[in-house]
Design a binder for this molecule. Sequence first.
Ligand SMILES: [Zn+2]
Length: 393
Amino acid sequence: MDAIAESQNKGKGRAVVTSLIREYYSNARNLAPQSVEKREFGIGTFDAKILYRHLSFGSEDALKAYLSSKAPPYVSYSAAYYKHPGKRPMENKLWEGSELVFDLDVTDMHLPCQSLHGRAWVCGTCLSSVKAETIKLIEEFLMPDFGLSDSEISVNFSGNRGYHVHVNNNALLGLSAKARSEISSYISGAGIDATLFFPTAGQRGVRLVGPKPTDKGWAGKMARAFLANLNIGAEKLAALGISPQLAKNLYKKRALIEMGIRNGNWDMIYIPNKAEFWKGILKNQAVSQSDKIDRNVTRDPSHLIRLPGSIHGDTGLIAMKIGKSPALEGFDPMSSAIAFRKGEVACVANTKESLTFNSSEFGPYKNEAVTLPMYVGVYLFLKGFAEIREAHI
Ligand SMILES: [Zn+2]
């Protein structure tokens, strides 16, 4: 027995999920990425997310036949195009270029809800936060700073707790790992020196000149981010490390401050140690705008990433292709990315939190026997919060 079949044979739950995955791939359409014959594929078992790689398929039919027969819980493909994607070692594949890919995952974010529910659980706030981050990547960086258009950017739900952004632009296909790494650093704000945006900082009696919201690149981003936080309220400012009294003062004078900043004048209010103070704030803004890109995915041109349209073995959800920005804003993976809509499953579930699926709330469950819609039972089983006893399809 091969490792895939062996992993699938462990326990009732895996057997149920395997048969659902098999049925899903037998009926799936549009599984092949662009230029399928030039991509390397990898598949995983319940025990290892990428167990085999260096696979290649000459056509969508060949890919579909393989997935329907093996029913693997994880399928990845290369952002790279190769002349011989199935050859090994890597040098023999003959690299022809790679899409630029960004992997935004809630585990890279530091959210207050995560300390309440733990990192193994993904709540609605987690999902909406990582979606906002994805929109920010596209609207604050890829489009304005890199000049990319809507049609060159595609987004898909990762299938678990994040989003993948693929850039398909001919001029970027040939970028080296070093150039990709620089793009990643720029987006994560690494190495940004805030003092450069304040040329008069530290000069006594001289007006503090700083970035305007209309400036290009990071200068404008910092000004806009500061104004956005200023207008949210004193609490938000205090959360950025400003003393509560000063935060109140800034918020009270926000109209005056905003007017100044719009003209590049950051001197509208007296603040002790102002250069350091602004620097600190801006540094904070930079980190909160960044630090969430999984750098390895972006910088490594041979990385394998979840195949859009495939099932994610941690959730039973579809790593779903999403349309352009308005579609992303309204996208709810816990409704739209459901794969196993038919049937129910009897399980024993144990969760501290409830979860919202398809606009209904489930749980919490205290180690109790429950019959759930198939997609809910499978999700909890794959996340380790339920055991499957019996499936009714
Ligand atoms: Zn959360």
